[in-house]
Design a protein around this ligand. Structure first.
Ligand code: PHE
Length: 491
């Protein structure tokens, strides 16, 4: 099977694909907001420490797993340890669910792109909020009131899945060409938006707000958790993507330099995108005569409420910049979205020897169908809940399992000598120390800490049964993973 494995046509195709996967919605709305909420400029310190102590070591580990085994996660882990296959399936099931709501958010972007042409959301705080909650989402009163699906969102969702299908069906070689566009176009748009933002009146206040450090937050565990969580999400770690993409590398390809390049490119993009967002928010604050703090809204609201409003108030070409912003989110998101689908498809192909041309459309249709609950009027709540459990518990557990399987069962030293054999840059014993002790110690602590918090308070102020549903989902996925691992495959 090895000899017929698909391959990237060049090193840069691989690099663009992994950078494209890493750079996504997580960089443009999640990063700036998380930074602001966790101490502004000071947050960059835990962020960088998380990058160095968990991000880069785990990325090297995942590239190694894909490169060495030439397989998608389930079979890859099985080749390393015969009992570990389920860990691979667990990652795959998590990423499948993640893809279903990630694409739904992109479905909102499709709708917003459409409304950009007449700035349908208006330019007052009330009208923009009402547009998001009442016109786009028609948000219901609670997670238990589903209220039927929203057809415009379903339409956007269908388009996104079609786009994913069209990007993937020709195989990895064509994918390697598509990613040049899906990486370079958003980069160009970000540059345009940074220039536009920085030349607006009030921009400096926004930037000050973004970068002024508040060092006292460094003592809060919550800030460190946020930094590690953001690093995992933004680098597409512990979800199978990097393993699958690395499995398409030739046997003699480099690992470590690629890992450093990918993570640095991703984190720099986040940092630069922060300037685009906060300079514009500075302008918004000045126009409204309030402080920047008062215009900043949380998470999803930043991209769909605050930022559109700021754009509406631009002195020239507001429609153009509105369309550009949603095009940015879509082109940023699409290569992350297809990097979530490819591992699912490849895992099935790997295990059962099925044909990719049949598996891909089935997974796309299934992804669309599973995403439908997120398009209901309670969809926003369920996206928030699913995201919390998948990114906080799922990713952490998979990261921990990876450290154990490679660090202890296989032996970090053995992995490192393979990595050093193929890589241009050699890594030292520090890597073993991270993989065996520091990274798992952090992940374990984070897991316990979050779990205790969850037991005490439930998640997000929703009724407590939603917390059980979230936990139930994770347990259900873990059990399904065990069943899949037990099934006989073709190899
Ligand atoms: N890194 C992507 C983002 O920042 C999300 C992602 C997570 C993609 C996991 C693939 C796998 O938006």
């Amino acid at each position: 099977m090895e000899s017929t494995r698909e391959r990237w046509s060049s090193r840069s195709a691989f690099l663009f694909a992994v950078i494209g996967s890493a750079i996504g919605l997580g960089n443009v709305w999640r990063f700036p907001y998380i930074t602001y909420e966790n101490g502004g400029g000071a947050f960059l310190i835990p962020y960088l420490i998380a990058l160095i102590t968990a991000g880069i070591p785990l990325m090297i580990l995942e590239y190694y797993v894909g490169h060495f085994t030439q397989s998608a996660p389930p079979i890859a882990f099985r080749k390393i340890w015969h009992r570990a296959e389920w860990a691979g399936w667990f990652a795959i099931l998590l990423i499948f669910i993640l893809s279903t709501y990630y694409c739904t958010i992109m479905g909102w972007c499709v709708n917003y792109l459409y409304y950009s042409f007449d700035l349908g959301w208006g330019n007052t705080a009330e009208s923009v909020k009402a547009f998001f909650n009442n016109d786009i989402l028609q948000l219901s009163s609670s997670p238990s009131v589903l209220g039927g699906i929203r057809l415009p969102i379903v339409f956007g969702l269908a388009l996104v899945w079609l786009w994913i299908y069209l990007s993937l069906f020709k195989g990895v070689e064509t994918l390697g060409k598509i990613v040049y566009f899906t990486v370079i176009i958003p980069w160009l748009i970000i540059v345009i938006m940074v220039i536009r933002g920085l030349t607006l009146p009030g921009a400096i206040e926004g930037i000050k707000f973004y970068l002024t450090p508040d060092f006292s937050v460094l003592l809060k565990p919550k800030v460190w958790l946020a930094a590690y969580g953001q690093i995992f999400f933004t680098l597409s770690l512990a979800m199978g993507t990097l393993i699958v993409y690395a499995s398409y590398l030739h046997e003699e390809s480099d690992i470590t330099v690629n890992a450093f390049l990918t993570s640095i490119a991703n984190c720099l993009t986040s940092f630069v995108a922060g300037f685009a967002v906060f300079s514009t928010l500075g302008y918004l604050a000045q126009t409204l005569g309030v402080s920047v703090k008062d215009v900043t809204t949380s998470g999803i609201g930043l991209a769909f409420v605050t930022y559109p409003m700021a754009i509406s108030l631009l002195p020239v070409a507001a429609r153009f910049f509105a369309a550009l912003f949603f095009l940015l989110l879509l082109t940023l998101g699409i290569d992350s979205a297809f990097s979530m689908t490819e591992p699912v498809v490849e895992s099935i192909v790997d295990k059962w020897g099925a044909k990719k041309k049949y598996v891909l459309p089935v997974i796309c249709v299934l992804g669309f169908l599973v995403g439908l609950p997120f398009t209901t009027r309670a969809g926003l709540y369920w996206i928030d809940i699913a995201d919390h459990f998948i990114t906080n518990y799922g990713i952490t557990v998979v990261g921990l399992l990876e450290c154990i399987i490679i660090g202890y069962v296989l032996g970090a030293k053995k992995a490192r000598s393979y990595i050093n054999q193929v890589s241009e840059m050699k890594i030292g014993i520090w890597w073993d120390i991270f993989i065996k002790f520091l990274t798992p110690a952090f992940l374990g602590t984070s897991l316990v800490f979050q779990f205790v918090n969850l037991i005490k308070k439930g998640y997000g102020g929703y009724p407590i049964w939603t917390t059980y549903t979230g936990m139930g989902l994770i347990i259900f996925l873990a059990l399904t993973a065990i069943i899949l691992a037990k099934r006989k495959g073709a190899v």
